[in-house]
Design a protein around this ligand. Structure first.
Ligand code: WT7
Length: 635
């Protein structure tokens, strides 16, 4: 029996049981039947969560781009691999076939080589959602260079931190980007970042908005002439199964961003297998994920997962609101999209605009709807189901993380009965555990706890770039012999999981994972600020918004508070990015602290959420009186 394509619930349970009983045999069969290997593995899995060390398909050799491109050429050479839908609907969309993708990736890879990029080198990609983004990612993988894509909404400071953390020797960017009616000066941001990045030797610049930019002699090169001159053939580098494929940064609750390192073979097998099943992709389907390739969702489910299955994947450059809120639905109609994957924050923003924007478009092609990034509230779930899926397209609420590489808990459409706000059942191979405060696993159903995973899966991140100790401390120290996700979850009476949200200091704003520490560090750089603490509070569209409590150095601060608020948000924009701006800033005389000096965020969260009926025990605080003062002036 092939376990690759699960079609009904009973089959899911059978496959799931097998994947738990004998994980090695299970994954070996999938790896063997569905991928192209240059050399077979010696050992399917070795692992030790106490180190932690995990290896999948050790000894195997492959190149992921041969799996995503070359092997499709014989049967799907003229099939569209990527549909590029530009920001402006008046600009023509592009269809790139697998045959063309092969040539474009090889040309790009040859350009990388000609600029001295070698296997194992790190390349930073800072591009808008244009074809060059997907192509450059694949070009890196083709020559074994490790790509580090940085979302092109990040500031120059955030970009510089990421470039330096993993010593990128090259940056790939564009002259600028379109975002709705605006243009963004990407190259200017890169130039600023590179003032602090001595290790970068070259910058490749794609032309997108035809702006007049600075090109630094001997460092910056226009991409197109180099591509035109490059060969369309290139032998893919033979990679070991565990060679790093990419680094992707994610926020932590403390300190600088964590460069999660993903490996080649396990990541490929898992993203391909989950893509096939979670979206029930069929050969003629058109699949669209609205995420940016700057996030893990785009890596796994715009590029690698779909292409490994020979799918047609849509890349959209723009935003849901431009030229108006019917844009998404017009794209669905235009390209006859069958699977549509987006985030709760987008769903809520679209719902707010009413159904008028939907009625103009034919959505009858849709078969499966997906959501990811944060818990979806019941109202948004029903709006999506009623108005977009017309109650005929199952909603897959997919729970996973940058660290997990692929979807971990999700319904399998047409097999798993869905339940609003529930990610439902673990994917084959995934062994979740709910843990109590004392570190014990909570068995049985109708329980709630901290969500862990107790057995390795192929696409888990292997380390944090340059800091294995931090990897261990963050994910493998809270609970012995388990991977800790940082999320809370409940398991209902039938064993369905519902993710209840973060239990650490990570706040998810509009689906973006933000750590409190880097934002507080930015605020504290303002000369008038003595100390600050930020927390999340519920927001209709963003899910959570940020509330900042700020202590000023001088209480008699003469400047107007409004100006200070603007300046604080300006610093945050520069240091972290506009997504981290605070919705509310309250100037406070002090922050509630424990006797060991730790800020009691629990109390601040309650005040920000206007949920102050039960603040819990505040008597152990160093300064209990400050709580009332903060409450009296809460925003
Ligand atoms: C965190 C990971 C995975 C790609 C996008 C985010 C939250 C993610 C769900 C969901 C409830 C979710 C979790 C998780 N999250 N998907 N379906 N239901 N919460 O990746 O930036 O690494 O964030 O997003 O809190 O830990 P990320």
């Amino acid at each position: 029996m092939s376990n690759y394509h699960i079609k009904h619930l009973e089959e899911y349970y059978q496959v799931y049981r097998k994947s738990i009983r004998n994980p090695e045999v299970f994954w070996e069969e999938i790896a063997e039947e569905h991928f192209l290997w240059r050399k077979r593995w010696d050992k399917v899995l070795s692992w030790d969560f106490s180190k932690p060390e995990v290896k999948w398909f050790e000894g195997a050799q492959l190149n992921i781009t041969e799996n995503c491109i070359d092997r499709h050429l014989a049967t799907r050479g003229d099939k569209t691999a990527i549909i590029f839908e530009p920001n402006d609907p008046k600009e023509a969309s592009q269809h790139i076939t697998y045959g063309q993708l092969y040539e474009k990736v090889n040309q790009f890879a040859n350009v990388l080589k000609s600029k001295g990029v070698r296997k194992g080198d790190r390349v930073c990609i800072y591009l808008p959602m244009i074809p060059e983004l997907a192509i450059s990612v694949l070009a890196c993988a083709r020559i074994g260079a490790i790509h580090s894509v940085v979302f092109a909404g990040f500031s120059s400071t955030a970009l510089a931190t990421r470039i330096n953390d993993c010593d990128c020797k090259m940056v790939i960017t564009s002259d600028g980007s379109y975002r709705g009616s605006k243009t963004i000066d990407l190259k200017g941001i890169v130039d600023e970042a590179l003032n602090d990045c001595p290790g970068v030797e070259s910058v490749l610049v794609a032309k997108r908005i035809n702006s007049d930019i600075n090109m630094k002699d001997g460092r910056d090169y226009w991409l197109q002439p180099l591509l035109d001159a490059a060969s369309k053939e290139l032998k893919a580098e033979v990679m070991n199964a565990e060679d790093p494929l990419f680094i992707l940064y994610t926020s932590g609750s403390t300190g600088k961003p964590k460069g999660m390192v993903h490996s080649t073979a396990g990541y490929m097998v898992y993203t391909a297998y989950t893509f096939k099943n979670v979206f029930q992709y069929r050969e003629e389907d058109v699949y669209w994920c609205t995420a940016d390739i700057g996030w893990i969702t785009g890596h796994s489910y715009i590029v690698y997962g779909p292409l490994a299955n020979g799918a047609t994947t849509v890349m959209f450059e723009g935003v849901p609101s431009y030229p108006d809120f019917s844009r998404f639905w017009q794209i669905v109609e235009k390209h006859k999209v069958n699977q549509f994957y987006t985030a709760p924050t987008a769903i809520r923003a679209l719902a707010k605009e009413g159904v008028g924007h939907i009625e103009k478009s034919d959505l009858s092609s849709l078969k499966v709807l997906g959501t990811v990034g944060e818990p979806i509230n019941e109202e948004a779930w029903h709006w999506y189901d009623d108005n977009i899926g017309k109650k005929k397209s199952p909603i897959v609420d997919t729970w996973w993380q940058t660290e997990t590489g692929g979807i971990m808990i999700s319904p399998i459409p047409f097999a798993t009965p869905t339940k609003p706000t529930y990610a439902t059942l673990p994917f084959p191979g995934i062994q979740p555990a709910l843990m109590d405060e004392n570190g014990n696993e909570i068995n049985g159903n109708s329980v709630e706890g901290r969500l862990c995973v107790k057995f390795p899966w192929p696409s888990m991140a292997r380390t944090i770039w340059g800091n294995h100790q931090r990897y261990k401390d963050t994910y493998f120290s809270a609970f012995e012999n388990k991977y800790f996700t940082g999320d809370g979850a409940l398991r209902d009476e039938v064993g369905y999981y519902r993710i209840t949200g973060r239990v650490d200091d990570v706040i998810i704003v509009s689906g973006h994972n933000l750590g409190t520490a880097p934002i507080e560090d930015a605020i504290n750089e303002h000369p008038a600020v003595a100390e600050s603490a930020i927390v999340g509070f519920p927001h209709d569209i963003k899910g959570n918004a940020l509330y900042g409590y700020v202590i000023l150095r001088e209480t008699g601060e003469s400047r107007k508070h409004e100006n200070l608020r603007k300046e604080i948000n300006q610093i945050i924009t520069e240091q972290v990015g506009p997504i981290a701006k605070l919705d509310k800033i309250q100037f406070v005389p002090g922050l509630p602290k424990t006797r060991s000096g730790k800020i009691m965020r629990r109390i601040l969260r309650k005040i920000a959420s206007k949920d102050t009926s039960n603040l819990g025990d505040t008597s152990t605080l160093l300064n209990p009186e400050v709580v009332q003062e903060i409450m009296d002036k809460a925003l």
